[in-house]
Write a protein that binds this ligand. Structure first.
Ligand SMILES: Cc1cc2nc3c(=O)[nH]c(=O)nc-3n(C[C@H](O)[C@H](O)[C@H](O)COP(=O)(O)O)c2cc1C
Length: 224
């Protein structure tokens, strides 16, 4: 499919994290079309604070090897932006359910540390995707700017869905920001927020059977 063929509501409903891809590349003109349209995302004062570092084909493969090497050799993780906090209460429950959905789909038992480690390593292989991109913003920007970048990222992933392209946002791939900066030869003040692996979904991959739920509205909306 080279033209999007779904409504916005369908794209919102069908987007989910894809963690196993076919090797087939997405045509360059489709990627450009998606990036062009994602530029329409809103931002405070229209500063458009996001940046994208994109690697395809051999470049993607080379970056995959560097990332996986770093992970397998226990290289120190030093994300530009703070690690996830220790979630408590309902958010901790949701976090555990999310992990259970993924490991359950992959048939990895709770106590299977090696299985979990291998599953984590798949992040650094970009789940076999033929393309990876990194979403960036300046390191000294605050959360008030990060909200713009988040809107951009969701717009991008919904566009991908509309074009039949699977994606997975991956904070894990931002844990080695120096590898990314060196690879793309960008300034030290370019902060790496997260990666997005993308390509055509491989439906044979067990991880792609994982499904997540969402909280009911009464857990998130307060109305007077
Ligand atoms: C900013 C961000 C970072 C994420 N990082 C990872 C990651 O490192 N590895 C991973 O497998 N999934 C990652 N995810 C995917 C989430 O686990 C997923 O979006 C969530 O469980 C909801 O599932 P769904 O995307 O299938 O709807 C990330 C999602 C977001 C938005």
């Amino acid at each position: 499919m080279t033209q999007p063929n779904m409504t916005l509501i369908e794209a919102i409903q069908q987007r989910r994290s894809v963690r196993g891809f076919k090797p087939d590349p997405v045509p360059k003109d489709v990627i450009e079309d998606i990036l062009e349209q994602a530029q329409l995302s809103p931002s405070n004062c229209n500063v458009q604070p996001w940046g994208v570092l994109l690697a395809s084909g051999d470049a993607c493969q080379s970056l995959r090897e560097k990332m996986l090497h770093a992970f397998m050799h226990g290289q120190n993780m030093n994300p530009d932006f703070s690690h996830l906090p220790k979630f408590e209460g309902v958010m901790r429950t949701r976090q555990v359910e999310c992990a259970q959905a993924l490991y359950g789909a992959m048939h990895i038992d709770r106590g299977d540390k090696i299985g979990r480690m291998k599953a984590t390593a798949r992040n650094y292989e970009f789940f076999g995707a033929p393309h990876v991109l990194f979403i960036t913003m300046k390191k000294d920007f605050s959360p008030s700017i990060a909200v713009d970048v988040g809107m951009y990222a969701q717009t991008l992933m919904l566009l991908m869905t509309a074009y039949g392209i699977g994606s997975c946002a991956q904070a894990s791939t931002a844990y080695y920001p120096n590898i990314v900066r060196e690879f793309f030869n960008v300034d030290e003040d370019t902060g790496i927020l997260f990666g997005i692996s993308f390509g055509y979904e491989d439906k044979q991959v067990d991880a792609n059977n994982a499904r997540t739920n969402r909280a009911p509205l009464n857990e998130v909306i307060i109305e007077k």
